[in-house]
Design a protein around this ligand. Sequence first.
Ligand SMILES: [Zn+2]
Length: 165
Amino acid sequence: MHNPTDDEWIARAIALAVAEKGTDPANTPIAALIVRDGKLIAQGVNRTTEQCDATAHAEVEALRAAGKAVGDMQIKDATLYSTLQPCGMCTMASIWAGVGRIVFGAGRDDVHKMYFEDRHLDTVDFIRDAFKDDLSLEGGVKAHDCAQLYYGPDDNVPQDKQANT
Ligand SMILES: [Zn+2]
């Protein structure tokens, strides 16, 4: 049986983002998948606006669904796929869930800075360094296709659409 590649999982995540949220960056079409042993365990899309919940990022939604699906808060040896580089909260949540590997599409340099909590240090770099024995992070899979879904680094984003800056 053919085991889907990282490219194919990210393509699926893109398709999910578009199916659930469309292609307008204003609707934050971010999607995440949790995969283990070549099988999709759970998926999620960003629901922060709909649920009035700042923690309802696609990755957290997927982790919650995966926990329910496997009946365990730990989803050991799973891979989390996301269309956009996970933020510090979602990276940390993955570590709490025992997810050993994160693969993402667009990285923070491919999109507008509103998507990341950059300050004088970057939490993603901090977490990546602190937990380098527990988590591998790989980016840039179908980065261009993923970045098309989001505001670009130089886009003039209306202030009321910016969550983070
Ligand atoms: Zn996040």
